[in-house]
Design a protein around this ligand. Structure first.
Ligand code: ADP
Length: 203
């Protein structure tokens, strides 16, 4: 027997525009790239707090919630690093299509890997933020003791020591965390991010 109440499925699907209107914001991915210890996690969390204070809904993605969850089957071979970033970009895209501002904090050291993320997410929605502190500053901080291990040869292919970090060519935002305080960095970032995430309505 034929069902009588068939409606085309698109009548039931809320669009990204519907969700952005509901949330009163424009979604994007804020992609933090930089050396270990440069301040990606710190800045991501502080930007999230500031956006939240201004009424925005955000999601931070970082090693803590990605490498222990969806990517817990990936290691650090070249192939796995690419797959790690590919999945992160795909997950970010889902958040963006839900109207949510996604703040990502991953070293993502090569232009190729960042371009892959940009291509998956889409140029319009990909806000590249270079968290830029000199290697000496990051090594001095050595938040997780990883530089010491890398210098001792206990960690191989460590970005900045025996693996390259390719400086972003045209980041939307560059934050010099070695020179500016955390609040100053957040303020500088918000000058670009504030207008970018503000809802502009149906134009
Ligand atoms: P990453 O996520 O890039 O590995 P973290 O955010 O974990 O870096 O560590 C950066 C460290 O540098 C933190 O201990 C933080 O308090 C310190 N720090 C000092 N000044 C700044 C700044 N302006 N921006 C960000 N972090 C800073």
């Amino acid at each position: 027997m034929k069902p009588t109440n068939i409606h085309p499925v698109f009548h039931q699907i809320l669009t990204r525009a519907d969700k952005e209107k509901f949330l009163n914001q424009r979604a994007c991915v804020i992609w933090m790239t930089g050396l270990s210890g440069s301040g990606k996690t710190t800045i991501a969390r502080n930007i999230e707090l500031e956006l939240n204070r201004r009424g925005h809904l955000t999601q931070v993605l970082d090693g803590d919630n990605i490498r222990t969850g969806i990517n817990n089957n990936l290691g650090f071979t070249e192939e796995d690093r690419i797959e790690n970033i590919r999945r992160i970009a795909e997950v970010s895209k889902l958040f963006v299509h839900c109207g949510i501002i996604c703040i990502n904090s991953f070293i993502s050291p090569t232009r190729e890997i960042r371009n892959m993320a940009r291509n998956i997410i889409g140029e319009e929605d990909f806000i590249e933020v270079h968290i830029n502190a000199p290697l000496e500053v990051c090594e001095q901080r050595d938040v997780k003791g990883l530089y010491k291990k890398a210098r001792e040869g206990k960690i191989k292919n460590f970005t900045g020591i025996d693996a390259p970090f390719e400086t972003p060519e045209k980041p939307a935002i560059e934050l010099k965390t070695g020179e500016l305080s955390i609040p100053q960095c957040v303020e500088q970032a918000m000058e670009v991010l504030g207008p970018r995430v503000s809802y502009v309505g149906d134009e």
